[in-house]
Design a protein around this ligand. Structure first.
Ligand code: HEM
Length: 378
């Protein structure tokens, strides 16, 4: 079983090879919570995360080592399970810095990164407030769903009385690879997803596209990142009636191997000027294909580290699966996501998807051994 260190220059769970399962949670800090209590919570969270990621109980007395007269510190469902590659990643939303009425609740408003603003509205958005935003976020990824759920459950419990769970999301299959050692997985449309993603092995790319650099400011964010999250419903019953040829045309890649329609194999760069069928003056990769519009050539060289998960949560009252992609992207500047999402306004894919949830968080740098995530801010 794999174990990733919790402490380090960057938080784990970003360039870490994407694990199979996700439990993501967004919290609001209760109005009564003070700055000291918030700092205390972050300290406890980091300590608990440093233990759970190593396969340990949330505290030394844990699930069964404490007093028989008190509820156990740890809820116990991960007893005997290996660490399963668990990573826990913390983030701060715009509303942590200034609340709806503009109040600086924790004395940190002046340190709010100018780039940290709620994502704008995009065409086709059908955003539900109850699935969006939040003062704090926690991303738990692991190869065992019980381990990821255990982590979120115990962190939620540590915040009892100080924070409330706003919304949460389970993901059952990664839709991205973030390392060249991983096979490219598939999304619920059946296509390979993550082929052109940023990979941990690409020298210099993470510093250029993912990690906030000291010169970017504010100083406390150096070594951090920004996380854009979108819950994207996929209308899979409609999709399943689309011909194979049209499905491939929509993405600009073939379904079997994930190769660009301009030729080659999975990792061949698409050729956007390659002509289509003889006599036609249209290029073989449609002008509105997802891969053309999202490609760095169409976006001033911008890339993002995608780390999303498939989800299926029962069905709606029309008998359609409530299924989709919980899209997560880590970027050095939120505009890397915003610009691409604007570019996707004419995406052929839009007929088959609906963005229903949104969120943005500043992801602080990692903590030093014994410290806590967010220490550079407080
Ligand atoms: C590429 C699927 C939403 C950004 C791809 C690929 C697939 C795909 C199959 C090609 C393989 C790959 O390189 O990963 C989907 C689906 C979506 C979705 C099913 C919604 C349900 C988004 C969104 C964004 C985005 C919202 C960002 C705003 C990208 C980027 C690439 C890509 C940057 C790589 C382009 C390249 O460099 O070639 N996506 N995607 N995708 N997608 Fe999406």
């Amino acid at each position: 079983t794999t174990t990733y260190p919790f402490f380090g220059a960057h938080q784990a769970g970003i360039v870490t090879p994407a694990q199979d399962r996700l439990h993501f949670a967004s919290f609001d800090v209760s109005p009564e919570t003070t700055r000291d209590e918030l700092v205390d919570l972050l300290t406890k969270w980091s300590y608990a995360a440093s233990r759970m990621t190593q396969g340990l109980d949330v505290s030394a007395s844990g699930a069964v080592g404490g007093s028989p007269f008190a509820p156990p510190d740890d809820t116990g469902e991960a007893l005997g399970l290996p660490p399963s590659g668990l990573t826990i990643t913390f983030g701060f939303g715009p509303s942590l810095f200034t609340d709806d009425s503009g109040t600086d609740r924790f004395g940190i408003a002046a340190q709010k990164p100018p780039l940290l603003e709620p994502l704008p509205r995009f065409s086709g958005d059908a955003i539900e407030a109850a699935r969006s935003g939040g003062d704090l976020c926690v991303q738990a990824c692991a190869d065992d769903p019980q381990v990821a759920v255990h982590a979120i459950r115990n962190l939620t419990r540590l915040g009892f009385g100080r924070i409330v769970l706003r919304w949460s999301q389970l993901g059952f299959g990664r839709t991205s690879s973030t390392s060249t050692t991983q096979q490219t997985p598939r999304n619920l449309f059946g296509f390979k997803d993550g082929t052109a993603n940023i990979k941990a092995e690409e020298a210099g790319v993470a510093d250029e596209q993912v990690w906030v650099q000291a010169a970017d400011g504010p100083a406390w964010m150096a070594g951090g990142s920004y996380l854009a999250a979108r819950r994207i419903r996929m209308l899979i019953e409609s999709w399943d009636r689309v011909s194979l040829g049209e499905q491939q045309n929509i993405f600009g890649r073939n379904k079997g191997e994930g190769a660009p329609l301009s030729g080659g194999t999975e990792f061949t760069e698409p050729n956007f000027t390659a002509p289509g069928a003889e006599g036609g003056d249209e290029p073989v990769i449609d002008m509105k294909a997802h891969v053309r519009l999202a490609h760095p050539d169409n976006n001033a060289g911008s890339r993002m580290l995608r780390r999303g998960y498939n989800y299926v949560e029962g069905n709606d009252d029309l008998g359609r699966l409530d299924a989709g992609l919980f899209f997560l992207a880590y970027v050095r500047d939120p505009d890397q996501f915003i610009a691409v999402q604007h570019a996707l306004a004419t995406d052929l894919l839009n007929e088959y998807i609906r963005h229903v949830g949104t969120g943005i968080w500043a992801i602080p740098p990692g903590a030093a051994e014994g410290g806590y995530v967010g220490q550079t801010l407080f």
